[in-house]
Design a binder for this molecule. Structure first.
Ligand code: CDP
Ligand code: MG
Length: 711
């Protein structure tokens, strides 16, 4: 917002200001212990600081020679088989020179912190080195990623490099999708999945090495993993633990893991010119598009990477860009637009890794996923509007929202670095140098400090960890947030008054879902509609991509969508009707398996929507809202004004009482996935949470009989 406030409104030339970044530096790998040897370290390295971010370059060869070598390798490859080429490519990665040293360090130490530039080969190479060195004879090598897409794409790449079929020796596991087999020895997975594996195997006996990758991302699951793996490392001396990160700020990890040594992989990093705008941009999306097109028509070859905040923004940008390119005429070289975000279908994701054809230029429109998780070769220009979507949580109200927020300096520097991987690059920051130096935080606040913890608390409780206040957190969550989660779990009957797991809680913990969704499923037993409820849960779990709404066919898409809403059944039941997508079916199959595990019979009750709605309410009763005279809603428990999302089937209906799945803040605070409910259900289902006075309808007396009641 502050970027917009003092916007001049006119378009500024983003090329106006320049600031050169560091030159090539020479570094060598060293092993450093804890944070003690800082001084010695700086003798080993030449640091060039830009806001505490140093980049080390192993300029084994200068840029030209390196390019020559790459060309040479490329020519050779025409004669080589694809596999041989991949093997040769592996040897050009910065990490390759340190292979033996790294293996020795792993051999000598139980816990190792590994730091290296994005693209140096940490994720794809280290597990292979460990495999080659025989670690997989004793157990699997597991490597965690904060993002689903990264786990999948890296596993695919590694299986190619090893010449094996994905899912055989090399596999991945993400929520609701297990692409591994008996044969799998290198397992890439989301951090959340490894966390769940603790439930079945609390000592991770099947693993010889666990690599917690992208540790700097500090996702909630990664932070919890830290505590758990640190604990099991004590009684499993044979287990090797690698904590890898793209930032140089690794002392914190080292300190946390009892002064574990830090292994630095000198990266190959070329200078990056930073350009700032002279004045804040009024519309960063438009500025990003204009900048990309300017680069395309004025700058030398090299692909462009634009950081945007989410799918919707990326789709909008893609559409506007296509339109404007058409307006540029035929003299302009081809510009290939490649979107990448978490929900993009897998087939389309592969496009960003395909080499750009001669004479064309690629522009990658990415979310934060491209900041460190995915390495895209050939990027020479980065456009950084300075925002990302970030979860924030209000422990007082228990409300979570995704907000477009300014990034941190650390993020800005990671983003800029993406342009200097294979040659000198340029980064266009769509904010002022003043903004950068004065407004951006140094680091992103770890997720654990800005999120709802109910899920994690339920998991830790079922792992037998009761004293959460004394759990070994690297950065503890606010105690208010912990208490709020305990309260919610108590309200959902997952915990008893003593904070102990109940039978309901134990059943809920089996489902890899948010506690409210799990509770909805567990409650469906009582209402004899488990069949319908797991269908709804699977649809809710795949996100917002269910009703695909292409920009150029919005009217059609909206009409098609409204067909599912006939009878104003509400959004949840509309989801039940559309359930036809493969992914939703896969998820559903798994939920069906889990039902069996917690001994809930699969019972269908297709005509009793009231039973279905009561199950939903059993999980989501804390998310109830009541209609106001002006057409807005007021949440019942922690009064707040909210609205029904325009995409909801009930947006025009405005029932007096609703229960919603989630809140999203865009122009207003919107409830998404809304179902009508009867207020008396709240007292019936959650008497410990709602009292009669909460749900008494003061205005209902003035209404004609029957109106304002759920039908
Ligand atoms: O983990 P780190 O950032 O250190 O590097 P990496 O992900 O192991 O990437 C090493 C190399 O593998 C890069 O040059 C990538 O371009 C390549 N790679 C790829 O081509 N396709 C992938 N899906 C992942 C990596
Ligand atoms: Mg990586």
């Amino acid at each position: 917002q502050r970027y917009r406030d003092n916007a001049a409104g006119e378009k500024m030339n983003p090329f106006a200001e320049q600031e050169a970044w560091e030159d090539h530096q020479i570094g060598k790998a060293t092993l450093k212990f804890g944070s003690k040897n800082k001084k010695q370290m700086s003798d080993d390295y030449q640091f060039v600081f830009e806001d505490q971010i140093a980049f080390i370059n192993a300029s084994v060869m200068d840029g030209d020679k390196f390019d020559e070598l790459q060309t040479e390798l490329h020519e050779q490859s025409e004669a080589q088989s694809a596999l041989e080429k991949l093997q040769a490519d592996r040897k050009t990665l910065p990490i390759y020179r340190y292979r033996d040293e790294l293996l020795k360090a792993v051999h000598d130490h139980q816990v190792l912190v590994i730091v290296g530039e994005t693209g140096s080969g940490k994720t794809t190479q280290i597990p292979q080195y460990l495999h080659e060195a025989g670690y997989t004879k004793r157990g699997k090598v597991g490597c965690t990623q904060p993002r689903r897409v990264a786990a999948m794409s890296v596993a695919a790449r590694v299986s190619q490099e090893m010449g094996v079929k994905l899912g055989h020796e090399v596999g991945y596991s993400i929520r609701f999708e297990d692409c591994t087999s008996e044969k799998t020895v290198l397992k890439y997975m989301t951090d959340g999945m490894l966390l769940r594996e603790f439930l079945g195997e609390p000592d991770l006996a099947g693993y010889s090495v666990v690599m917690v990758d992208e540790a700097h991302e500090r996702t909630l699951s990664t932070d919890i993993l830290f505590g758990l793996v640190k604990d099991i490392a004590r009684f499993r001396p044979d287990l090797k633990l690698l904590i890898s990160s793209a930032t140089l700020d690794a002392e914190k990890f080292s300190d946390y893991f009892d002064s574990a040594p830090i292994f630095k992989i000198p990266g190959r990093r070329y200078p990056v010119e930073i350009h700032y705008t002279k004045a804040p941009e009024a519309d960063y999306l438009d500025a990003a598009i204009v900048t990309a097109l300017q680069i395309h028509v004025t700058q030398s070859p090299g692909d462009i990477l634009v950081f945007l905040t989410g799918q919707e923004e990326i789709e909008t940008a893609e559409e506007i860009m296509k339109h404007r390119i058409r307006g540029l005429g035929t003299k302009i070289a081809e510009l290939i637009i490649c979107p990448i975000y978490a929900n993009l279908p897998t087939e389309l994701q592969a496009k960003i890794f395909e080499p750009t054809p001669e004479g064309a230029r690629k522009v990658v429109l990415a979310t934060n996923i491209a900041e460190t998780s995915l390495t895209i070769d050939g990027i020479k220009y980065v456009i950084d509007p300075g925002f990302c979507k970030m979860k924030s949580y209000n422990p007082r109200t228990g409300m979570e929202s995704l907000l477009v927020t300014p990034i941190s300096k650390a993020s800005a520097n990671q983003r800029a670095g993406r342009s200097g991987r294979t040659g000198p690059g340029k980064c266009f920051r769509l904010y002022t140098a003043y903004n950068y130096y004065n407004d951006l935080d140094d680091n992103t606040v770890p997720e654990i400090q800005r999120t709802n913890l109910a899920n994690v608390v339920l998991m830790l409780k079922s792992l037998g960890i009761h004293d959460l206040l004394h759990f070994d957190f690297m950065d503890p969550p606010p105690s208010e947030a912990l208490l709020k989660s305990l309260e919610l779990l108590f309200a959902l009957s997952a915990l008893n008054k003593l904070g102990e797991l109940t039978k309901v809680g134990r059943r809920m913990a089996e489902f890899p879902l948010d506690p409210m969704l799990s509770k909805m499923i567990v409650a469906s037993e009582k209402y004899k509609c488990s069949d319908e409820i797991i269908s709804i849960a699977s649809m809710l779990s795949i996100g917002n991509s269910i009703f695909y709404r292409p920009k150029d066919k919005q009217v059609h898409a909206d009409n098609a969508r409204m067909n599912f809403h006939a009878g104003n059944v509400g959004d949840h039941i509309a989801l039940l009707k559309v359930r036809s997508m493969k992914r939703a079916r896969d998820i559903r199959d798994q939920l069906e398996g889990l039902l069996e595990r917690v001994e809930i019979e699969l019972v269908s009750n297709p005509n009793d929507f009231e039973a279905v709605k009561k199950s939903i309410t059993s999980g989501f009763f804390p998310h109830s809202a009541r209609l106001q005279k002006n057409g807005s809603y007021r949440t019942v428990k922690h009064p707040q004004t909210v609205h029904i999302h325009p995409s909801s089937g009930l947006a025009q209906v405005l029932p007096r009482w609703v229960v919603y799945h989630e809140l999203v803040l865009t122009t207003k605070e919107y409830m998404r996935q809304v179902t009508e409910l009867k207020p008396e259900w709240l007292v019936e289902i959650a008497p410990h949470y709602y009292q009669l006075k909460d749900v008494e309808d003061s205005t209902s007396k003035k209404m004609p009989r029957g109106e304002g009641r759920a039908s």
